[in-house]
Design a binder for this molecule. Sequence first.
Ligand code: SF4
Length: 608
Amino acid sequence: MIEGGYTLKVLRVDLTRRKAKVQPVSERFAVWFVGGRGWGAKILYDEVESGVDAFSPENKIVVASGPLSGLIVPCSGKTSFSTISPATGLYGDSNVGGEFSCALKRSGFDALIIEGSAEKPVILAVDDGNVMLKDASHIWGMPSLDAEKAVKDELGKDFHTAVIGPAGENLVKFAAVNCDFGRQAARCGVGAVMGSKKLKAIAVRGSKAIPAANPDRLKETYKETVAWMIKHPAFDLWKRQGTMQSIDWANELSCLPTRNFQEAQYEEFKKINGDTMESLTRLHNKGCYLCPIRCGQVNQVEGTVVEGPEYETAVMLGSNCALPSIEDVVYANYLCDQLGLDTISTGNTVAFAMECYEKGYLDREDTGGIKLKFGSSEALNETIKKIAYREGIGSLLAEGVEKASQAVGHGSERFAMHVKGLEVSGYDVRGAPAMGLSYATSDIGAHHNRAWAITYDIKTDRKSYGEDKVKWVIYLQHIRPLFDCLGVCRFPWVELGLNADYYAEFYTYATGVKASLEELLKGSERVWNLTRLINLKRGLKAEDDWLPPRVFEDGIPSGPLKGLTLSREKFRWMVEKYYELRGWSENGVPTEAKLGELGLLDSPSLSS
Ligand code: SF4
């Protein structure tokens, strides 16, 4: 029996009918799908028909905490936003830090299920269990960070908020949701789905205690794990630079995307790295709920203050657009946050357009007068604004790099860097077959968080395509999303080496349900197969588990891996081995036996 961790209640809000109802959650459902993205996936699987478009009122957004969110567990402020993605037309989710999920649970709910579409812009406010839909006409059009402040001014500073900016309102396919001033659920276009529902903001406040089955053991384990983290030799650097420390590492190892993934090293990397940030723009660090690491870096440039950049942002807006200035990267980061754009997809898509411009596939007439050259911060910033407001070329790029390349033509699809319609994030995979497999087989499209396998490529052999790599990718695809299900950050485990078994202890002390790490990983595998089923129903084919032509055709132009590409033949073998090891058919369909083993042939729904 569940004794804590979960509230076992969700709030279902119908924006069309302006109605809300509280729905109980069955214990079997709660445990079977763990929480966070696991709950989101199952609710979407059960409730959204395969023909429903991402922008249809029939699409839903599940905003979910996990069983550890808000409890005495390090870094327990993560929230998952799950929906049908407008970028891919498939299952999508995005995970964000801060404290939103904690407030949601203190308000009495594990999750929000948002359905329908409002007639006019609204704010959904949940105040200790009381639900209000408030007019948002006065903040519609307002940039994200300003809108967040306006919502807090109106409702109360202690509300935690999730807001969209103009990009979400204008249905940019890679629009983000901004949480707690500077954290984003940015991937998969969840902000655009909020925009399609005319939902400008969600604000949550709560004062209820979150029950735990064994609070004493939870507290002891919290102290033990934090003490361990603080002693780690990399702890201080994590506080000072966060993930920005990885830029030098990625450059040295030839996996730093540069000029739209043409190059894998950036000659000006020192001008955008963690050390330069520390000396020129950094103000202080910032953390999510109960995080001792506090990896967020708050920066300032000419009076403009923003949380960020982190590695992905600095790489995609920096080296990938060849911007040789940390100040320019910080400002572009600020623009994306204010306008409500995913920095990864934005940097990827603008870099694609820059390459098209330099190759003569786009000219100044197409760009509205912008000299869209690599290295130009003015061009980058102007294009970012055009994307957010869908002006001129911005309207084309707002569809994402896949659609943009189809419209530009000239064979530019060859260097449109996406998987399944989601733009590739900050790693060049030509010398990293495992990381390539991770991108190719990711359920949401190319996103590093699903399986950050590049460290395994580096540790073993950059040119090997062995079964060990396939197994490692599958393992990572279970353990990394498990953190999203639990509602905690993965960094203590992945970056500071905290033993993952602690999370089974936390789960047991939180919920009273005794679970081993293996059992929790089984839950995560269940979710991975479930998102596969959603995607197959929505038309996904085996050939979609693939990478952009550039990684097979264009050798790395310089450096220690000069000339290296991925081999199509060997990579095909990896994908086939991946299906086999997953218990899927040769077409990438989970077999009856696998679904039976995972309990997915007759699995519980939300209240049963
Ligand atoms: S390590 Fe960074 S992302 Fe993770 S909880 Fe801490 S501040 Fe948030």
